[in-house]
Design a protein around this ligand. Sequence first.
Ligand SMILES: [Mn+2]
Length: 350
Amino acid sequence: MLKKRIQKLLSLFPGDAVLITSPKNRYYFSGFTGTEASLVLTNDAYYIFTDSRYHIQAKNEAKGFTLIDTAKTSAADFIREEGYRLVGFEEDTVSVEKFRTLSQKVPDAEWEGVSPLISGIRKIKDETEVAAITRAAEIADRAFSELLPQIVPGKTEQELALTLEFTMRKMGASGLSFDTIFASGVRSAMPHGVASDKKIEYGDFVTVDFGCVFHGYCSDMTRTVVVGKANEKQKEIYDIVLSAQTAALAAIRPGAVCKDIDAIARGIITDAGYGANFGHGLGHSLGLDIHELPSFSPRCEETLAAGMLMTDEPGIYIEGFGGVRIEDLVLVTEDGCQILSHTTKELIEL
Ligand SMILES: [Mn+2]
């Protein structure tokens, strides 16, 4: 499976070798989860360079790779000794300082950025990736259903967020996709209101936007609930966001243009009079990173293809009142899409 990813990259890059140093891409191409290593990918062989702390791990995880001890030979030394002329590197993560060092150590090589090629390959998720993300989404669903009865007046956002995070870890997640957004009452008008020491109050909207990591892959989901009975204004806003969210879902299929999906949801919110209260894009791709390309934004001209994984997350935010966001994780399939988030989207009144 990983060999296919490497072959895809090498088929798109007409050079002698590609140097991979970023943790996410290193994992993507080799399966190595340690924190220190470089890969050199060539048409003849794949090499992993790391120090003695990671030798056993590299042998176990990076199947099909030749292990080279960095105490003896660094990746840059190897590239110079092999006489590679055109070498790919990740220009989006290699620092200027590291690039200077590389250029000095390998003065005869020409370095060419391959980051757009890699992100292009990573856009389409293979079976292993879909399985990991599906599991991450399941854990999030189950942890959220365990959390719901605990959202009661008097608890703080922080303690509830911690409970949610602890539950996901107990269920097998290795970490969080991002800092949990847990915004109640007037704070729910902040699209990225991370958990604070504010106490939950009766009548609050509570927006929870969260995700966990499983086998390196992120999930992402948002639900907004009401503590107690929803008032008319809360119901009105919730219903508009839900219509926008489901209308966009219905249009997600291969061949659809990203900005058109955004426009469907945005049109519904704008027609209802809340266009100015939906400031962010409708969604984004994700995988090893929580934000990948393409995105459902008014400017994204990209076309959807089967195997892309997207979020669909419209919102309405009213300062001084509160806000609603509803987000599902969606896999683009051959004939439409499959929703990976299974928590109900009917308004939950706790
Ligand atoms: Mn998201």
